[in-house]
Each structure stands twice: as structure tokens, then as C-alpha cells.
Design a protein around this ligand. Structure first.
Ligand SMILES: [Fe+2]
Length: 444
């Protein structure tokens, strides 16, 4: 957190990080510019919105979904709803009287994705919650009883097979488990993966033939847990490793490669090239070594794991501090040309965030600046059509306007990234800065 606190409140309860109190419905919202006719579906975004006004850490607030429905060039509806979790309803605790973890009790506050006809609100310490397109909660979802661990908020949907590859981590053994759901949404594989300790594993990587785990030195701390805060911190002694596993393999097939200690919340993408596995990630040189409420700047960094030579090369690709990296969903696990991210010069919480578009082919980057006091969220790319070129489509995000203390939904032309916004939809309330979202087309 780079900006000085205006009050004694932690940053995640101030300004546009603060929760909104109401669940709101609006129809036929005012549009400036033109909503592309091709956009028929819903832009859903998840984030923490502590029900009782506060939470001990940014990551712990109750999940609230904000959804905007587009179609026929119109902004048909806006709606925001809490995910009706057992945590929100006060039905049980994450750890029960016998010390057992209840994976149904979580905040479901981190991401929302569509797979096999279901929409899932995800967090990383418990089960997903299924919601309807109208954001009503169906209930916790454990893949018909087959899922026995937590589920990451960052599953990877293989664009070629339709499979959902994901993992779960926990502070009790097994610390890490790899899972695959087939294209119909049936959980077909669960493979425990051996790691030395209980680390926080937020994201992972998928390529055409491999998955890659990141076992990095943010480690569970029972003392922090006993104090009721977020129970993970930096550990100088833990080391840092990447685990490369063939997609059809198991724990014994994982090859571990040491890397310089660091942390990665988010991978931009991963792919295979010339006998190497290439990971483009947003890397924090250090994180949470004093307080787990500090977010230092992080940078786009490439790990090239040479599977023949058994080496890892690390190179920082850019000196802009970024977060929330995204690629075209059609290139997940394959070489990408373009990447999109939120640029926050002072790290998370910075007051002049912009969006950046990277071009791997040229090595250039373009910046879309929404103007003073206007702060975007995560950029979500939507292709114009199934077969269109990689940046032929739109970038969607919510933008907070501090002067009006409200938010707009904004559409940028991805191929003309610095041009004025294609369309803006005025929302009836602000959308707090949150985490991740997805475009859910009507046809799915
Ligand atoms: Fe995330």
C-alpha cells in the first residue's frame, strides 16, 4: 500500500475499497458511445464486501458479485449480490469444535468463472459456490462429492479440450492436490502433490502438455491464525521452487526447480517452446516480510524452464508495476502475443492506476489512462468472434470515478488500445475495487 492512510482504517476499508451496503437492481442503463452488438452476455466480477462493514484483511471480506448484462447493443441490467455462503449466514465456522476444516464455510470472494454450464464463485480455502446468471446463490459445489480439498480461485480452462485444470491447497496435509474436471464438469482426477510445507498457492500454470506448480515462501503461521488475522507470511527459510508435471503424470513425475525466493499471486500465461516451459508471471521480489497488509510493487517476469538442461532462466520483462494480468482465453497454455494488466505505479492501492497492453512480438506496451481520479480494475479480454485475431475484441473493466464517487462499466477496443473508450455504462452505484471477473456469453 503506497498511499498514506487518511484515517486509522486499513486501506481495504477506505475509499473505493470500502464495501457497498446495498444489493441493487437497475434496468436499461445509460450508455455513452456504442456497445458492440457482438457482446451478448454478462460481465461478472467478484470481490470482498465485508457484510458487517469490516474484515481483518482485504482477502477476508464476504464475496459480492457485480454483474452487467449486455445484448442488442444495450446495457440491459446491472445487479450486485452477496454470495450467500455459510460464512455470510453464520452457519458454522471454517474450523469446527473438533479442529476439522469445513470446506463449505468460506467467503467465495475472489473469482467467478463459467465451466460446463455452471457459474462458480471461487476462493482458495474452500469449495466454490454455484450461482445463477442472475447472481442468486445455488449453494456450495463439491463436484457431486468428488472434491475433497479446497479449490483455487485460478483454475485454467484448456481452450482445446474444455477441461478445467486446478488445484487445492491447505494448511493441513495434503498441502497441495491437483485436480482435473472434464469438459462436462465431472471431476475425473485428484492427485496429491508433495511439497515441504503449507504455503499459500494462489495460482498455477497450464501448458499443452504440462502443469506447473509454484511453491513459494509465503507460509502458514499458526500464531497469526490464532490472532484471527490472515494466517500467512514470508519465510526466509522456505526457499522457492517450480514443479513441472506432465499433464498425465502424478506426484512422482514432478520435476522441481529452485528459483530465487519471491512471490507470485498471478500468472499471465504459460506455454511450451523449443523444449522449454515458459512462464510469464507477475513477480514480487519480496512480499509480507513485515506485515501481510503491505503489497510492494510487482513486475512482469519470465521463467524459462529448460527441461533438457534442467535449468531455469529468470528475466524481468518490464519495469512497470502491474497486477491482475490476463490473456485472451483462446491462448491459455499456448504462446500468446498480447497480455493485459492493471498498472499501479505505487502498488495495490495506488491512486493513479491505468491499463497496459503488452505486445510480445514488438516488445512494446501501450497504456490506456482513464484520467485523473479514474481507476480501472482487472482488464478482461473478450474476442469479437471464435476465429478472430488475437487482439480483435474488447477489454472490459469497471472504472471508479472518485469525483462522482461512482463507477462506470467501460469497453475498450483491444486492437486500438489507446483510443477513447468504445462505450461506458453509468452504474447506479460504485463497484468497490475487487479481484477477478469473467465474461459469460449467453450462448454457453
Ligand atoms: Fe487472484
Amino acid at each position: 500500500m503506497a498511499t498514506a492512510s487518511r484515517t486509522e482504517l486499513p486501506f481495504h476499508l477506505q475509499g473505493n475499497y470500502a464495501p457497498v451496503p446495498d444489493e441493487v437492481d437497475a434496468r436499461e442503463l445509460p450508455v455513452t458511445g456504442a456497445v458492440p452488438q457482438e457482446l451478448a452476455g454478462r460481465f461478472l466480477r467478484n470481490g470482498p464486501n465485508p457484510h458487517h462493514g469490516g474484515s481483518a484483511h482485504w482477502f477476508l471480506g464476504d464475496g459480492m458479485l457485480h454483474g452487467l448484462e449486455l445484448g442488442d447493443g444495450r446495457a440491459r441490467t446491472y445487479r450486485n449480490r452477496y454470495v450467500q455462503t455459510k460464512l455470510l449466514r453464520g452457519e458454522g465456522t471454517f474450523i469446527d469444535d473438533q479442529g476439522r476444516v469445513d470446506l463449505r464455510v468460506d467467503a467465495a470472494n475472489t473469482h467467478v468463472v463459467g465451466h460446463a454450464g455452471r457459474i462458480l464463485a471461487l476462493v482458495e480455502n474452500g469449495f466454490p459456490y454455484e450461482v445463477t446468471p442472475e447472481l442468486d446463490t445455488v449453494g456450495w459445489f463439491d463436484f457431486d462429492g468428488r472434491l475433497t480439498t479446497a479449490m483455487t480461485a485460478h483454475p485454467k480452462l484448456d481452450p482445446a479440450t474444455g477441461e478445467l485444470h486446478f488445484f487445492g491447497y491447505g494448511f493441513m496435509a495434503p498441502y497441495l492436490t491437483y485436480h482435473v474436471a472434464d469438459r462436462d464438469g465431472t471431476l475425473v482426477r485428484s492427485e496429491p502433490i508433495s511439497v515441504p510445507g503449507p504455503t499459500m498457492i494462489h495460482d498455477f500454470n497450464l501448458t499443452e502438455h504440462h502443469v506447473i506448480f509454484m511453491d513459494l515462501p509465503i507460509v502458514f503461521d499458526p500464531d497469526l491464525a490464532a490472532r484471527g488475522g490472515f494466517p500467512y507470511r514470508w519465510d526466509d527459510a522456505y526457499g522457492a521452487r517450480l514443479g513441472v508435471m506432465p499433464r498425465g503424470g502424478g506426484d512422482a513425475d514432478v520435476r522441481w526447480f529452485d528459483v530465487e525466493p519471491c512471490y507470485v499471486f498471478h500468472a499471465l500465461n504459460a506455454y511450451e517452446q523449443d523444449g522449454s516451459v515458459v512462464l510469464d508471471v507477475v513477480r514480487y521480489p519480496r512480499l509480507w516480510d513485515r506485515s501481510n497488509e503491505d503489497f510492494a510493487p510487482a513486475y512482469l517476469t519470465r521463467w524459462t524452464v529448460d527441461l533438457g538442461a534442467g535449468t531455469v532462466k529468470e528475466e524481468q520483462l518490464d519495469d512497470r508495476p502491474i497486477e491482475f494480468p490476463r490473456v485472451d482465453p483462446r491462448v491459455v497454455g499456448r504462446p500468446h502475443r498480447y497480455g493485459y494488466a492493471l498498472q499501479a505505479p505505487g502498488g495495490i492501492g495506488d491512486e493513479h492506476a491505468t491499463l497496459v497492453k503488452y505486445d510480445q512480438a514488438s516488445g512494446d506496451a501501450e497504456v490506456h489512462d482513464f484520467g485523473a481520479g479514474r481507476e480501472p480494475g482487472e482488464p478482461v479480454f473478450v474476442p469479437r468472434a471464435t476465429g478472430s485475431a488475437e487482439d480483435d475484441g474488447w477489454v472490459l473493466t469497471y472504472v471508479y470515478d472518485a469525483a462522482r464517487d461512482t463507477s462506470d462499466f467501460v469497453i475498450l477496443d483491444a486492437a486500438d488500445f489507446t483510443a477513447p473508450r468504445r462505450a461506458a455504462v453509468a452504474l447506479p452505484q460504485r463497484v468497490p475495487f475487487g479481484f477477478h471477473g469473467s465474461w459469460i456469453p449467453d450462448r454457453v
